[in-house]
Design a protein around this ligand. Structure first.
Ligand code: COA
Length: 259
C-alpha cells in the first residue's frame, strides 16, 4: 500500500484519502494501486457499505503525476492486464456500493473525472475544478467525455474539457456534479454524515438502486477503454512532449508549430 494513500474504516464507511500534500496530492502509479486495492477491498468486505474519498492539504488532487505521464504510463490500453490507473478507473465504474467524495480544495484532471462516478459529492467553498487535458496535449479520461456532457450538458462540458476553464465550487454545483457546497470547517462532517446515512440504509436495496441508475455501465466502461487508447497515443505525441517539458520548465507550452 502506498504511504500516500490512507485507508481507514469508520463504522461501515471506508475512508480513502490522498496524502501527498507536498506534491499537491499528484497521483502516482503506486497511489493508483492503493486506490484500486481499497475499492476492491470495499467490494469484498461485507462490513463496508460506503466509500468516501477525501484528501489532506490544500488541494484535493492535482491529478495524475506528470512525471509518470512523461515516463509513458505503459500498458494503458492493454485489455488483458490493465495498469493500476485503469484498475482504479474500472473499480470506480463498476463499484456496487455507494461512493462519496469530500473535495476540500483544488481538483485537477482525474481528481475531477473520478467525481463523475461518485453518487454524492460535497465541496468546500475553496474547491475548484479543472480538467486541463487539452492544455497538456491530451484528451479526457475516466469516461468523462461521456459523463460530463450527460451531467452538465454539452456546452458546459466543452467549457471544462475543451476550453480548459477552471470552475468554482458554486459553478460545479450549477453544472450538477456537486451536491452541496459548504464551509471548509463543515465539509468532513457533512460528507461523513451523508456516507453514514447511505451506509445505514438497506444494503441490497441501495446496491440495486445504484445498479438501476447506471443501466449502461458496460457502455461507460467500453467508452473509458476507447478513451484510454486515444490517451495512450496522445502520450506519445509531440504536443504532449511540449506540454510536459513546459510544465517541468515552469513555462507556457508553445503549440504554434505543431499539429
Ligand atoms: N504531477 C507532478 N508533480 C506535481 C503535480 C502533478 N500533477 N502537481 C503539482 N506537482 C508538484 C510541483 O511540481 C511542485 O513540486 P516541487 O515542489 O518539487 O517543485 C509541487 O507539487 C507543488 O506544486 P506547485 O506547482 O509549486 O504548486 P502551486 O500551488 O503553485 O500550483 C497547481 C498548483 C496544481 C496549479 C500546479 O502544480 C499544476 O498546474 N499542476 C499540474 C496539474 C496538472 O496539469 N495535472 C494533470 C492533469 S491531467
Amino acid at each position: 500500500m502506498s504511504e500516500h494513500i490512507t485507508v481507514s474504516q469508520d463504522g461501515a464507511v471506508l475512508r480513502v484519502g490522498f496524502n501527498r500534500p507536498e506534491k499537491k496530492n499528484a497521483i502516482t502509479t503506486d497511489m493508483y494501486a492503493g486506490l484500486a486495492d481499497a475499492l476492491q477491498s470495499a467490494q469484498d468486505d461485507n462490513t463496508v457499505r460506503a466509500v468516501m474519498f477525501e484528501a489532506q492539504g490544500d488541494m484535493f488532487t492535482s491529478g495524475n503525476d506528470i512525471g509518470d505521464f512523461m515516463a509513458g504510463m505503459s500498458g494503458l490500453a492493454d485489455p488483458h492486464e490493465p495498469p493500476p490507473v485503469m484498475r482504479f478507473l474500472l473499480g470506480l465504474a463498476s463499484a456496487e456500493k455507494p461512493l462519496l467524495a469530500a473535495v476540500q480544495g483544488g481538483a485537477v484532471g482525474v481528481g475531477v473525472t473520478m467525481l463523475l462516478h461518485c453518487d454524492l459529492v460535497y465541496a468546500s467553498d475553496k474547491a475548484t475544478f479543472h480538467t486541463p487535458f487539452v492544455d497538456l496535449g491530451l484528451a479526457p479520461e475516466a469516461a468523462s467525455s461521456l459523463l460530463l456532457p450527460r451531467i452538465a450538458g454539452h456546452q458546459r462540458a466543452a467549457e471544462m474539457l475543451m476550453a480548459g476553464r477552471k470552475i468554482s465550487a458554486a459553478r460545479a454545483y450549477e453544472f450538477g456534479f456537486v451536491n452541496d457546497v459548504v464551509s471548509p470547517e463543515a465539509l468532513a462532517e457533512t460528507a461523513l454524515a451523508a456516507a453514514r446515512n447511505l451506509a445505514a440504509r438497506a444494503p441490497t436495496a441501495i446496491r440495486a438502486t445504484k445498479q438501476l441508475m447506471r443501466p449502461d455501465r458496460e457502455a461507460i466502461i467500453a467508452h473509458m477503454k476507447q478513451e484510454s487508447i486515444q490517451f495512450a497515443a496522445l502520450l506519445k505525441s509531440p504536443e504532449f512532449r511540449e506540454a510536459g517539458a513546459a510544465f517541468m520548465q515552469k513555462r507556457k507550452p508553445d503549440f504554434s508549430n505543431l499539429g
